[in-house]
Design a protein around this ligand. Structure first.
Ligand SMILES: NC(=O)c1ccc[n+]([C@@H]2O[C@H](COP(=O)([O-])OP(=O)(O)OC[C@H]3O[C@@H](n4cnc5c(N)ncnc54)[C@H](O)[C@@H]3O)[C@@H](O)[C@H]2O)c1
Length: 253
């Protein structure tokens, strides 16, 4: 078991890549904090039901599962909910996975499309990291940020998303330097084209355009990202920090 005795906090864990990481980590012995989207004032919008289903699967595997809900773009909510959680449990792995897209050509991009993506993908990951930094430093923990191939190569209609993910890569390298003296390793994964709700929303034309530039000629699965996150979070990667691991079928080298 690669993560026996560890507790992993995974943002946006209730579906897609986050869910896959949660299940892979639990299989390797970790207890899991399942973070899900929760609206500040409207419980109707919460994704708690999905998170509870995942928590039940984790408990069936013999691990502990904790639930933690907040809107990652709302700094006050992030701080308040993580403070409550820390009374109960001390995570030693953080996976910043939650993210969104709001695509538009730069000429037409609305200020709210720009701000929402930067706020959730980049600032939100930083708020969560700050709120969990003390326990991670006390435990020689580790952080894995889920960036994107788009943050490395750019893409038409995704200036906001590319900027947020490139920012996340810069943040990863800075934190890797800053936290190394506390033995906290900080790495990123840059997934390519992975089959999840996020990519199912793409047009057939956009999908074909991407497939044309993937040398392995197939899309990735959430499990491909989970395997990379497992490696980076385990002692097998004990000497790796500040790295950006591409998991993209060769799409960008
Ligand atoms: N699917 C891909 O091809 C791909 C490629 C590169 C990177 N990524 C990245 O992987 C991560 C996971 O994406 P996915 O493909 O599983 O998509 P997804 O849409 O299935 O999952 C995104 C998760 O983030 C959560 N989330 C979104 N906004 C939130 C908010 N404001 N507060 C709290 N939680 C919020 C969602 O509830 C969901 O659980 C994202 O950061 C995404 O940018 C995905």
């Amino acid at each position: 078991m690669l993560l026996q005795g560890k507790t992993a906090f995974i943002t946006g864990a209730s579906r897609g890549i986050g869910e896959s990481i949660a299940l892979a980590f639990a299989r390797e012995g970790a207890d899991i904090v399942v973070h899900y989207y929760a609206h500040k004032s409207d419980p109707e919008k919460n994704l708690r039901a999905e998170a509870e289903t995942l928590a039940a699967k984790i408990r069936d595997m013999g691990r502990k599962a904790y639930l933690c809900g907040f809107d990652i773009g709302d700094r006050e909510m992030v701080d308040a909910e993580i403070k409550k959680l820390l009374v109960e449990v001390t995570p030693n792995i953080l996976i910043n996975n939650a993210g969104i897209t709001a695509d538009n050509l730069a000429m037409r991009m609305k200020p709210e499309e720009w701000e929402r993506v930067i706020n959730i993908n980049l600032s939100g990951s930083f708020w969560v990291t700050q709120a969990l930094m003390r326990p991670l430093m006390k435990n020689a923990g580790c952080i894995v940020n889920i960036a994107s191939v788009i943050g490395q190569m750019g893409n038409i209609g995704q200036a906001n998303y590319a900027a947020s993910k490139a920012g996340l890569i810069g943040m990863t390298k800075s934190l890797a330097r800053e936290l190394a003296s506390k033995k906290v390793r900080v790495n990123a994964i840059a997934p390519g084209f992975i089959e999840t709700a996020m990519t199912h929303a793409m047009t057939d034309e956009a999908r074909k355009g991407l497939m044309d530039i993937i040398p392995l000629k197939e899309t990735g699965k959430p499990e491909d990202i989970a395997n990379a996150a497992l490696f980076l979070s385990s002692d097998m990667a004990r000497y790796i920090t500040g790295e950006v691991l591409k998991v993209n079928g060769g799409m960008y080298m």
